[in-house]
Write a protein that binds this ligand. Sequence first.
Ligand SMILES: Cc1ncc(COP(=O)(O)O)c(C=O)c1O
Length: 355
Amino acid sequence: MHWSKTHSLARFNLATSGVASFPLRELPLNLEALEINGDNSYGYAPLQQAIAAHHGVDPECVVESAGTSMANHLAMAAIIEPGDEVLIEHPAYGPILDVAYYLEANVKRFHRPEENGWAIDPKEVRRSITPKTRLIVITNLHNPTSVLTPESVLREISDIARSIGALVLVDEVYLDAVYENTPPTSFHLGPEFVVTSSLTKVYGVSGLRCGWILAQPDLAWKIRRLNDLYSATPVFPGELLSVIAFQHLDLLRERARRIVEADRKLLRDFLEHQSTISAVETKWGTTVFPRLTNGNADPFLERLRSNFDTSMVPGRFFEMPEHFRIGMGVNTKMFAEGLNRISRALTTLFGQNEF
Ligand SMILES: Cc1ncc(COP(=O)(O)O)c(C=O)c1O
């Protein structure tokens, strides 16, 4: 997070994970309806209803939070006691790991092997649990690879969790980037599931910090009470704007979709022409996680940034230093030129064919 706030900027910034900002002026909105304070002590009812309707769940199961970041923190803090075992996928989104360490969990990992297309193997999850495992944590879509975990695998994971009285936390912040036949939230698959998400990555309104947790009512209430310590009440104007965003969600989604899909076409073509990188490609999502076949990617990424003004996220942030993450969905012209520059940098360093 610190790196992305301070070091990711370049003219050709492919170190993103979310889509382009949705401009306020394109949101049909009556500014006079905006207010500073309102009735939102444990969340603003119209927003909770909008989130609940989006997922087809009871509003009692919805807890508002400041983005998925706070959602992950609150959910884990409400579930984990110091010393509890928490089983987290590898590779993982760094801040999820950091929250678990911060909460003094005993962090265990299970691998999503690249050679299996980064898929979760429930057998590996079963091998990795112990009677002390309190929580299994995954992202779906997976950050950094955008791989989708199918319902059958999620069901197997919940069976495993149930057998030891554990819960399954699924961060679904990228799930709606599956534009066709978008899978429903895993929250519907059983009471073991706790889900986090937000409007930041797929809808382009990160500034609203509209995030949420889906949890069974008793856990949801515990999380709300815990949040009394952190945020006390949400930011009311943000809640009002978030309700409007939900009313126009298709508009937000389609705008981003056009860019993501155009970028993905360019990415496919680019990857086809590369001999020094390999990647598991997906049909959805805003990121891809290629591997540099020559080894550690850091010197290459440094060169790319200093000589070609182009940035990507180093794989070391996902504990995989031979990889790097490319983000789509911001600006297709910039993306095209960024890919060009990556190709030129690869040619300069490794002498491969230019794209
Ligand atoms: C898997 C995952 N969860 C959560 C977040 C943070 O989301 P938000 O901006 O909603 O706090 C990110 C941001 O990159 C992410 O990749």
